[in-house]
Every structure is written in C-alpha cells, then in structure tokens.
Ligand binder design. Sequence first.
Ligand code: GLV
Ligand code: GLV
Length: 326
Amino acid sequence: VQKTVFLSRIFPKLATQLLEGAGFKVISWDKEYPMPYEQLTKAVKDCDALFCTLTDKIDSAFLNTCSHLDIITQFAVGYDNIDINEATKLKIPIGYAPNAMTEATADVAFGLMIATARKMFFMNQKIKDGKWSHFDPIGHLGLELKGKTLGILGLGRIGMAMAKRCKGAYDMEILYHNRSVNKRAEKELGAGFVDFDTLVSQSDVISVHCALTPETQGIFNKVVFKRMKPSSLFINTARGGVHNEKDLIDALNKGNIWGAGLDVTNPEPMKPNNPLLLMENVCVLPHIGSATITARNEMARMGARNIISFYEKGNVPNIVNPDVLK
Ligand code: GLV
Ligand code: GLV
C-alpha cells in the first residue's frame, strides 16, 4: 500500500519530487509559518511518516499521541526540538541531516566574526539613518583578527569548518572544548583541547558549535561572560538556548566582552525592540546558517532518502537513534 509522508513546513520542492518519484503520497502544510502543535498532531493521524524541522515541538506527548508514525526525519542537523529518549522508547527512528549545512553554517560564523569585529551591521545602519557625514580618522574602530585565539565549543563538522577558515585566513590559534578529543583537528590545525574554563578565559573569539542539551543549556551565563576577555567576541551559530540572553546583554553593557555575533537567539524570532539590535558591537541574523540553495537542497534530499530507504531497505542513512532499528 502507498505510504503517506507529512511535511510540516514548505520544504524545498526536491523533497516532494524525490518522495513522489519513489511512490509516496506527500501532504504538506502550505503556510510559510510553522504549523500549530495541535494541528500537526491531528494532521499526521492518517500519515505514516513525518518530515519536520526545528520549529516543530516533537515532545513526549506528541510522540505518544502519534506513536503510529513509522519514522520521523528532521530537516536540520540539530534535533533539540525532538524528545529522542521518548522516540527511542516508542521505537520510532529519528532521521536528521548532518553534513548538509557544514560549509554554509561555518560561512555564517566566520562572517559574523568579521562583521562583529568591525561593527559592520551598525555602520551600515548609520548610512541608512543618514548619519554618515565624513570619513572619521579616530572613530568607527574595530578589532583585527590576525593571530588571535579562536575557542570552539563543540568541535564537530561545523566547528572544524570554522576552525579551518580562521586558521587559513588569520593563522589563528585554535583551542577547543568538546565531549571527545578531535585527533584530526589537533593534527591538521594544531588545535588544543582545553577545559571549558580555559577555553572561556584564553580565547579572543568564542564560537559556539555544540548541540543544545541539558549540559549546554544556558552555559554562557553571567559568570562565564565575566571570565571572558574584555576584548573578546562571542559568536553563536548553534542554538540560542546555549547563551543566557539577559546575561549577554549585561556583559556587553558592562564591557565584560567586546562584541557578539548571533545567528540564533532565544526565543526565535527575536523581537525587533531587543536591546541587542541597538548595540554597535552586536550583529544579529535570523537563523540563516543553512540558508543556501546547496545546503537546503541537500537537507531535503537527506530527509527524503531517510524515509525512502527506511521503507525500501529497513535502514535510515542518517539516524539519531540507530538502536531502534536493531
Ligand atoms: C539548523 O539550525 C540546523 O540545526 O540544521
Ligand atoms: C583606508 O581606507 C586606507 O587606505 O588605509
């Protein structure tokens, strides 16, 4: 019998093309905003598989109500919106899309680092506000990055791509803190594994590339920002929940850190009246790390492949909880 896949958002057309090409029936939410929780619960009732993303709350209650789902696959590399333990208990495989956005997201982290160091977003706003009156010999000053120390929290694929950029462009020294030692980074980039406190106190630029978990939730708080160098930059392209926003604002106001570049906020979307948006040394983007044509198509392809491969061969090429298939 024909299987039905529900798409919780309008995903790249490629997802539907691949699924329909493999004989699936595809039903998609047709609004550009996320589907309300209750509605999604009802919508998947008569479907077999769900293709969702980080704006969907796939919590324990959802999973138990929708335990008939054969497979769920996530249009993202991060999956903190999904209760993986519960899905595993219910034997629902959870697919995801690692690798697809590695280069795209590292580009945003690297770009935010430079933009923040040179106050680019603020300077651009100045022109738009009609406040550019002359070349200023002593104003508009930023920081240089050559030879500085980059501290990476979470040295996986994206962290590695960021480290490579910083090494290549600025010969930066690379420190990292991670769940495990990254031998390749140590060998290829001379990266040094340090404890979290050392990472925070020794780095000129901190770039966050870890997953949002109970351990990393709010890990960048008041105490940690105080330990950072007053000349340092905080760059977060991972998840907004990793930093405490109020503490970040305080740290910037007090000069505990020099600047911040954020592609992720907490909550998302950030409200337009957020004080961070008025700060000279802050650059904020609306979660565009994976927003390239290449990355988004690859994310669509990976999700479709996870579903197709699950039904055709009983395996999921990119899976978070492989034990459920044993
Ligand atoms: C985007 O934030 C992702 O996790 O892929
Ligand atoms: C600045 O524009 C310079 O040429 O140094």
